[in-house]
Design a protein around this ligand. Structure first.
Ligand code: NAP
Length: 942
């Protein structure tokens, strides 16, 4: 016989409702209050409880709404409307005129108020209708009457004086049948669903929430609100909304309406889906399987989720690393604090619900217990790994590998249709294993017998990718916007779903499924392909393994020009190349001889990482004597060229996504270096009227809270212009306001000032702690191929640059360092002065010629470059076959037509110019200038 609980004394209306609704074969059990009924269902003392939820005259019974919310593991499984017929009941023999007082529940009294007043009967409220009958009977009250059911009169042997005394005959009470398990869903029956939700109060939210049903023509039969006592303190009045609606759960609009509501609601719980009143009653007469015991080891998120459901059918024991005693108690699960206590109990099945990462450790630990009569079930989200571990450490136990492919979120409403994958790894007792497998089957899971290996193959490309996507999206910090699309809402939902699982679980999916690494690689490649396609590039199969940072870097235009030059030379053509930035003169003989000497004397071992001390002392002395700067040898490091000095300095300072300010026109390699370091080149446009020098204003405008470094090339390549004191003052003024910004001053051309004295940022003491000076021997000493530069900065910065150099390069060439020792002599100094004089003459010659032809250029005062404006030549007409639209077209045309190679301005970030290197033989220079003038005039005249 099924036990069904109700609130009230024997004979209460609720008791009558139970028999009317469920038939005579039921054992109705009376409880003092509603909460006791809920508790008893949970404790499995009774199978169901029948509780009033509303009366057609008196309205809702709020207490039960609150209890439905509180007991979140119980379900509504049925509803019944009971007609309430009130009777005036007296001690046998009592007459109407004997009655001094009528007693009953206050609601019954109020429903019979007119009747009582008409009869001039006084009344008083008692706790219960049937209880009032009991009171009259036990105390033989012959001057009293009770209002109660006929059932109560019968129960206490009392007499009914009058029946149907309620003022309004439309008096019904709706009852809900509450049980542990959700109701079975049958095709042919009409179902009602009750749910409760809450949301953040924003205008129109309730309307939007209800539109989830209205839009789909779903019949909403009731809405009730109750105070939400969990609401934030700022919101005085916030509510839970209880809704009943009629729709069969198999209909698509059922799941769509819930999904829609979930997007709006901050909280949503289904209280139950049950046959609508008048439909067949579906109650579960299954006996509890008290004789089958399940142990759960690992009672975390998933262990609890499974345990709660198992406990409705089986005896369940649990243990974990952390104590979850209270949770276990609430689910009616026996709790054990130690493994010894836990395993001292006999269990048919042990569910291992620990994390994947701790699985091996746990299995090793439990292998010392006697488990030969226990079926061991793992529920890991990866499968081959736990299978191998269990086979290794548990040779005597039956083993069942399972993956319930749902969790506390996806399986919240129902497990119906959700995949349950399993492999009978070693089963000797089939009946015992089937008990578990059938449990999931009966809950409607899509059962799939699959090998663990196959599972992992599928899971890596589905489950792992889902979690990976969710985790990546979470890192993007996506926030809901007022213009969310359905797709975007799905992404936000995915973040919630994946983040509610532990990171350990995600890591487990990666580390313990060998297919996941391959899938991750595919994701990286897919990203590369898409990124390339967005940038109008295509990645060849052979480049897939190449770093994305490297693929971002374009081949330099200078090298492209050089290729064309070489091709022409191979074809026997005479080509003048001015494309590469190197001096036309050769190194001083003394330097070369010192280099040779170093080889002959075998000075070819590694030097100190920072370079030979003698050389650093000489550089230190040079900086002091020639430039008035104080840098000790431990504030200096020799590098493999100044280029490498710039890169090492950036490496030393920059973190991913830092912004590096680079004024245009810039030296070609700066932006690429910045990109290689995963940073952002912040290219700042400068003006022709300032000879393309950066102004304080331009600098200030480009600074953001991401700015890390300013790179200033002074004297500038490609313009050959050095900054004036006034210009530097402006820059320093802005830098002083932004003390977080470091400065790299690239001064590789400082030795080739034409007339004026060089002014450098290094002269500003206020910048000393955040300034890095880069220079070298390539230009002034014509030692390009020696690859020798140096960096001067604070001791600390140099220490870190030293660390990088030590781990990547070792040290610059010992031969070059030895050769450079002779650079700091008077003889070499005089020789440089001669070269400088020559460069001045060459510069003056060019500008005279260009002026005569009214060709625009930026007048250089250092280095050996002139930046010539060619924009007047663009888009004039087709010359030969080439149409000149930009600086590259111009250079190609100049090369093809005149066999002279120079560098397009676009390489330096300014497409209106070309760079000519004038450190060449005078005859060649004449030829270049004559042809350049001819070329420009031809193009701009057309
Ligand atoms: P989890 O982070 O993977 O596992 C947490 C559980 O592992 C807790 O019970 C924790 O115990 C236990 N644990 C962790 N390290 C331990 C150690 N060193 N020694 C002993 N116990 C340790 O989260 P989960 O979501 O609950 O997953 C548990 C298992 O279920 C995993 O194998 C997972 O793959 C599987 N699973 C999860 C889902 C899901 O939706 N979450 C779905 C299907 C399968 P304490 O709490 O006592 O510290």
């Amino acid at each position: 016989m099924i036990n069904v609980g109700y609130q009230g004394e024997t004979g209460a209306y609720s008791e009558g409702a139970i028999y009317e609704y469920l038939g005579k074969e039921i054992n109705a059990i009376s409880y003092k209050n509603f909460e006791d009924v809920f508790e008893s269902i949970l404790r499995r003392n009774i199978k169901y409880g029948l509780l009033p939820i509303e009366n057609s005259l008196g309205g809702s019974i709020h207490k039960n709404y609150d209890l439905l919310l509180k007991y979140d593991n119980l379900h509504i499984v049925g509803e019944y409307s009971h007609r309430i017929i009130h009777n005036l009941i007296v001690y046998p023999g009592t007459k109407l005129e004997d009655i001094d007082l009528v007693i009953s529940h206050w609601q019954a009294l109020s429903q019979c108020k007119d009747y009582l007043n008409n009869k001039n009967l006084k009344y008083e409220a008692k706790y219960d209708t049937a209880g009032s009958c009991k009171f009259i009977k036990e105390n033989e009250k012959r001057n009293m009457a009770a209002i109660a059911s006929s059932r109560a009169a019968q129960e206490y042997g009392l007499e009914i004086l009058d029946s149907g005394i309620e003022d309004n005959k439309n008096n019904y009470t709706r009852f809900l049948l509450i049980g542990l398990n959700p109701c079975e869903i049958k095709e042919e029956i009409n179902y009602k669903t009750s749910l409760v939700f809450s949301f953040k109060n924003v205008p129109g939210a309730l309307h939007k929430a209800l539109s989830a049903f209205a839009l789909r023509d779903i019949d909403l039969t009731k809405i009730e609100s109750r105070p939400n006592r969990d609401g934030s303190k700022e919101e005085k009045y916030s509510y839970y909304f209880y809704v009943d609606f009629i729709c069969h759960p198999s209909k698509i609009k059922f799941s769509n309406s819930l999904r829609h509501l979930r997007e709006i609601a901050s909280f949503l719980r289904i209280l139950g889906t049950y046959p609508k009143e008048g439909e067949e009653v579906i109650i579960n007469t299954n006996r509890m399987k008290e004789d089958y015991t399940i142990g759960i080891l690992g009672f975390g998120r998933f262990g609890q989720f499974l345990g709660k459901e198992f406990a409705k059918r089986f005896r369940v024991l649990a243990t974990s690393r952390t104590s979850y005693e209270m949770v276990a108690h609430n689910y009616n699960i026996e709790w054990y604090n130690t493994l010894d206590d836990f395993f001292s109990k006999k269990m048919d099945c042990l569910i291992v619900g620990t994390s994947i990462l701790s699985f091996e450790k746990i299995i090793k630990k439990i292998s010392k217990y006697d488990l030969k009569d226990t079926l061991i079930v793992d529920v890991c989200s990866v499968k081959t790994f736990p299978k191998e571990i269990m086979l290794k450490y548990l040779p005597n136990s039956d083993l069942l590998c399972t993956h319930p492919m749902f969790g506390p979120d996806s399986g919240k409403i129902s497990w119906a249709g959700l995949p349950f994958v399993y492999e009978n790894v070693r089963i000797t007792n089939k009946k015992r294993a089937m008990e578990i497998i059938n449990f999931f089957g009966e809950k409607g899971c899509a059962m799939l017998e699959l090998s663990c290996e196959k599972h992992d193959e599928y899971a890596a490309s589905s489950q792992f990718i889902t979690h990976l996507t969710g985790r990546i999206l979470a890192k993007l910090n996506l926030k809901s916007t007022p213009i969310n699309t359905n797709g975007f809402n799905m992404l936000l939902g995915l973040i919630d779903n994946t983040e509610s699982d532990s990171f350990e679980l995600f890591r487990g999916l990666y580390k313990f499924n060998k297919n996941s690494e391959f899938e991750l690689q595919k994701v990286k490649n897919a990203f590369k392909h898409i990124y390339a396609e967005l940038n109008d590039r295509k990645i060849n199969q052979v480049d897939l393994g190449i770093s994305e940072n490297v693929l971002c870097i374009k081949e330099s235009k200078t090298s492209q020009m050089l290729e064309m030059v070489l091709k022409k030379r191979e074809n026997g053509e005479k080509v003048i190349s001015l494309a590469i930035g190197q001096p036309g003169f050769i190194p001083n003989n003394k330097v070369s001889m010192n280099g040779i000497k170093a080889i002959v004397e075998n000075k070819v071992k590694y030097t100190k990482v920072s370079g030979i001390l003698e050389l650093r002392n000489k550089i230190s002395n040079y900086l002091k004597v020639s430039r008035g700067l104080n840098y000790n040898s431990d504030e200096l490091i020799c590098t493999s060229g100044a280029k490498n000095g710039v890169y090492l300095s950036l490496q030393c300072l920059c973190n991913m996504n830092d912004e590096i300010i680079i004024p245009t026109p810039y030296w070609v390699s700066y932006p690429s270096m910045v990109k290689l370091l995963n940073c952002i080149p912040k290219i700042v446009k400068t003006k022709k009227e300032n000879k393309f020098c950066l102004t304080g204003k331009e600098l200030e405008k480009s600074i953001t809270n991401m700015t890390k470094v300013l790179i200033l090339c002074n004297p500038n390549n490609p313009t050959g212009v050095s900054y004036s004191k006034k210009q530097l003052n402006e820059i320093v003024y802005v830098l002083q306001k932004n003390p977080q910004i470091y400065v790299i001053t690239d001064e590789i051309y400082e030795g080739l000032m034409h007339e004026e004295k060089f002014v450098s940022l290094s002269e500003y003491k206020c910048l000393r702690e955040r300034l890095i000076i880069v220079s070298g021997f390539s230009k002034t000493y014509a030692m390009c191929g020696y690859r020798l530069g140096y960096v001067a900065s604070t001791k600390n910065i140099i220490k870190y640059i030293n660390r990088i150099q030590g781990q990547t390069i070792g040290c610059p060439s010992s031969i070059s360092q030895n050769a450079a020792l002779s650079c700091f002599t008077d003889e070499v100094s005089d020789w440089i002065n001669v070269q400088r004089e020559d460069l001045i003459n060459k510069r003056d010659y060019i500008i005279r010629e260009l002026d005569r032809e009214k060709i625009n250029y930026i007048k250089p005062n250092a280095a050996f470059y002139i930046f010539v404006e060619v924009k007047d030549c663009f888009n004039r007409t087709i010359v030969d076959t080439s149409h000149v639209r930009n600086s590259i077209d111009f250079c190609e045309h100049f090369l093809n037509r005149y066999n002279i190679a120079c560098t397009p301005g676009v390489s330096f970030g300014n497409d209106n110019y070309i760079r000519i290197c004038y450190s060449i033989d005078n005859d060649v220079l004449k030829q270049v200038v004559t042809n350049l003038i001819k070329c420009i005039n031809n193009l701009r005249l057309k």
